[in-house]
Write a protein of this length. Structure first.
Length: 661
């Protein structure tokens, strides 16, 4: 061990002052390009163009440029030209032997964006953009047109190869930078992709509606698969609204009109623009920008947007008396939405030179307050669209709650061999084939059914009274309803997208309720539950309705059972006519029926009658209209809107007869 430390000490003694390197100028950029542009891959290569283009965009946003030209040549050169004020070319007061132009292109952390006097808002604030591009280019030529004079200087790998020359009179103004990426840094095969550069230019034009970007690319570089033009003038007076419309195309949205606008922050702290829509297919996105710079990793401005939208919609829900609004989170509102946000603020703080995430803390507060105020007005100005959005958001919240419940149920099932409700009288057969689960109302009927069943293949689950109407109940009520929890545990197959045919414990699910109005209502509630929560169970032919009799007719030694009044009258007029007195007994319920009679009439597979519940398949072309009508009818009769039920009653009241009031 002592030898080890001794050897280590000898090696350490070789470390001296001569080992300390001092990198000057732009050499740090060439040694470690990843620190400045995130690497040397394709994304980093195109980031060079973004740095130069951002400088021209800053001129446009500041009101000094109205036109930017971006050109990609066949030889791999990119030219970015604007009609702004032009980079200063006079001698720099600190480096009197150098022009301000040369200082900017050869010195890290130099520029006119630190004090805020030249640019109120800008995308480049670290003062490294142009110098980094210069350092990583094997050829760069800059032209500056100021005061009708053209100044030109060339560079190679960050060092000037010529003096700043005056080329004489010119009838234009602005800055032009033409450069070629260094193959020593990016590799000999690296090249700019026209489609990527075109999309970059187009997004910049959308972000600042006052600028016109002229795109030009050598036709030999454009492939038909790219679907981009060789030349185009990109100008969008509608700003982000034009961007959103282009992105969504013909896709349907929950609200007819998107939520969009622009506003100034108080005290001249900047401004923001936004455009938000909620696609029906929920294939959304979130694109955010700060001072026209994309922030793909989000940041504080996105947090402010989500918070403002959420606070506003929840406040509106409380205002209109929606009790379920408390379930809603920002993910329910913003998840699946198509959102565009652009902010312009002073001295933004980014994480890293590539500016992929905004870190300015004040952006959250500014965006939050501004968005909330405007969204409040947007909701209150059109109650119909507000209602549509609110209903959809609550549906998502309830779906999230259901999935959470299913996940918890699955976890409990996995940690315990089998968890079954205490009231369930299970059958002894392990395999699903040939097994049946009878759902009966109340313990009394459950007692009779348990006595009448075949213990090997028939299970009985008593349910207490009328179960919850799942079509009108919230997710939290479903999660808290013990009867439905017991039913889900007994079935074992999960609900909705978590449904598993392999985990279903019974081949037939038989709803067995009393043959009266209350029994029919309970059966309707149960069918609604299966239709909404596990339609696959019905589609796969597992759900049935038992047909218990309402009357028992006896005449001498002859006994028959009648399903309803019409059946009873038919028996009296037929088999029981003219043969003496007929004893008629009416069953008050399954609990009043002796087990032997219940087995004989309703539970014995050899003698009973079952009705198979069927729903039309929405993916079957022949049944699609019928499936749509079924869904509409369930929503009208069992859904959350009582006015639809009232309308249905008004439309069909004339068909009702023999009502017991």
């Amino acid at each position: 061990m002592s030898d080890l430390f001794e050897n280590a000490g000898r090696k350490g003694s070789d470390y001296s002052a001569k080992d300390i390197e001092v990198l000057e100028g732009l050499e740090p950029v060439r040694r470690r390009p990843g620190m400045y542009i995130g690497g040397t891959d394709e994304r980093a290569l195109h980031h060079l163009v973004a740095e130069v283009l951002d400088n021209s965009m800053d001129e446009a946003v500041a009101g000094h440029a109205s036109r930017i030209e971006v050109e990609l040549d066949r030889d791999g050169y990119v030219t970015v030209r604007d009609n702004g004020r032009g980079i200063p070319i006079d001698p720099h007061p600190k480096f009197k032997d150098k022009s301000a132009l040369e200082v900017i292109l050869t010195t890290l952390h130099s520029g006119g964006k630190f004090s805020g006097k030249v640019y109120q808002t800008s995308g480049g604030l670290h003062g490294v953009g142009s110098s980094v591009v210069n350092a990583l280019a094997d050829d760069l030529v800059v032209e500056v047109a100021k005061e009708k004079q053209l100044w030109v200087q060339s560079y190679k790998r960050g060092k000037p190869t010529s003096k700043l020359e005056n080329r004489g009179n010119v009838n234009r103004r602005g800055t032009s930078i033409r450069f070629h990426p260094d193959p020593e840094i990016f590799g000999k095969q690296a090249h700019f992709k026209p489609a990527r550069l075109y999309r970059m230019c187009r997004s910049k034009a959308y972000l600042y509606r006052g600028v016109e970007i002229r795109w030009k690319c050598d036709p030999a570089l454009v492939n038909e698969s790219d679907e981009i033009p060789a030349e185009a003038v990109l100008h969008f007076p509608g700003g982000l609204m034009d961007y959103l419309a282009m992105t969504l195309g013909n896709r349907k949205t929950i609200t007819a009109a998107p939520f969009s606008g622009q506003a100034e922050f108080p005290d001249e702290q900047g401004r923001l623009e936004w455009a938000i829509a909620w696609p029906v297919d929920e294939d959304g996105f979130m694109n955010s920008y700060c001072n026209t710079v994309p922030t793909p990793e989000g940041g504080t401005h996105e947090s402010g947007l989500r918070t403002g939208i959420t606070r506003s919609l929840k406040a509106y829900g409380e205002l209109v008396g929606n009790r379920k609004i408390g379930l809603v989170t920002s993910d329910d509102i913003c998840g699946g939405a198509a959102m565009l946000l652009s902010v312009f603020i002073r001295d933004p703080q980014f994480q890293g030179q590539t500016k992929e995430r905004l870190a300015s803390p004040e952006a959250t507060r500014l965006v939050d307050n501004m968005i909330k105020d405007h969204f409040d007005h947007w909701l209150s100005n059109d109650p119909n669209r507000a209602r549509d959005l609110l209903e959809r958001v609550i549906e998502k919240a309830e779906e999230r709650q259901r999935k959470k419940q299913d996940k918890e149920l699955s976890r409990k099932t996995a940690t315990r061999r089998l968890r079954l409700p205490g009231k369930l009288a299970d059958c002894s057969k392990d395999a699903m084939a040939g097994t049946e689960l009878f759902l009966v109302e109340g313990d009394s009927a459950g007692g009779s059914a348990k006595q009448a069943r075949n213990r090997e293949t028939q299970a009985v689950l008593p349910l207490r009274g009328k179960i919850l109407n799942v079509a009108a109940a919230s997710a939290d009520k479903l999660a808290a309803n013990q009867e439905l929890i017991d039913l889900l545990q007994a079935l074992g197959c999960g609900t909705r997208d978590k449904y598993s045919e392999e985990r279903l414990r019974y081949e037939k699910i038989i709803i067995m309720t009393d043959a009266d109005v209350d029994g029919a209502h309970i059966a309707s509630l149960l069918m609604t539950f299966f239709y909404r929560e596990m339609p696959q169970l019905i589609e796969n032919g597992h759900l049935y309705l038992a047909q218990p009799p309402l009357y028992r007719l006896a005449q001498g030694g002859k006994i028959a059972y009648a399903q309803d009044d019409a059946h009873k009258e038919a028996l009296l007029a037929g088999d029981f006519s003219g043969r003496g007195k007929v004893e008629i007994s009416r069953f008050k319920g399954l609990g009043e029926m002796p087990a032997t009679q219940l087995k004989e009439t309703t539970m014995d597979p050899k003698r009973r009658t079952l009705l198979k519940v069927r729903i039309p398949h929405k993916y079957n072309e022949e049944e699609r209209d019928e499936a749509r009508e079924t869904a509409d009818l369930v929503e009208r009769l069992m859904g959350r809107k009582p006015e639809l039920r009232f309308q249905y009653i008004q439309e069909n009241a004339r068909f009702a007869q023999n009502l017991d009031i």
